[in-house]
Design a binder for this molecule. Structure first.
Ligand code: ADP
Length: 165
């Protein structure tokens, strides 16, 4: 059984994330979405809210792809989380060159800790490539239209959280 772990903050989950999830489903039998607590990033949504949003998006994708998808909150090291969920593969999305430097370091460090876990990079479809949760939140705060970046359900929750519901 091939198990993949796709980690992130998902604050909130975007159409960029779901595009990567759909692609990752073609590579594994079970995909675990690791939702990081990430206190440092000062998330807008609580861990529980982010997990619930990821679960709602994944229910649609699991049906569409036939792959089992589960959301798994984690607070420990990524490589330990991979061990906990039995993942042989870590999936990351790559946007632009700016992502590369950080990802390059992460792979190196994770490989030093456990060389048997492979990291796989996927790119979203062109129209989703520029999407970043941070920018979606900024656009929503400034009353911009975010319907091209998140699902209708996430849009409603984000607008409500920002007091614009
Ligand atoms: P960020 O790292 O921007 O805070 P997340 O931690 O939620 O975002 O992202 C989790 C993973 O998804 C990372 O590997 C990130 O590069 C990837 N990702 C996010 N948005 C996109 C996108 N639009 N296209 C491709 N990958 C993406």
């Amino acid at each position: 059984m091939r198990i993949g772990l796709y980690p992130g903050t998902f604050d909130p989950v975007t159409l960029g994330h779901t595009d990567i999830i759909r692609r990752a489903c073609a590579l594994v039998d079970r995909l675990v979405i690791g939702v990081a607590i990430n206190r440092d990033k000062g998330p807008l949504f609580t861990l529980e809210e982010r997990v619930a949003m990821v679960e709602a998006e994944c229910a649609k994708l699991a049906e569409e792809t036939g792959t089992e998808i589960v959301a798994h909150p984690f607070e420990n090291l990524l490589i330990d989380c991979a061990h906990d969920v039995g993942a042989q593969i870590i999936v990351r999305g790559l946007r632009a060159v700016t992502d590369f430097e950080y990802e390059y370091q992460m792979v190196g460090m994770n490989r030093a800790m456990d060389a048997s876990v492979e990291t796989v990079f996927l790119m979203a479809e062109a129209k989703y490539q520029a999407i970043a949760s941070k920018l979606v939140k900024e656009i929503a705060r400034l009353d911009g239209d975010i319907s091209k970046f998140v699902s209708p359900e996430v849009r409603v929750q984000l607008l409500e959280r920002l007091g614009k519901g």
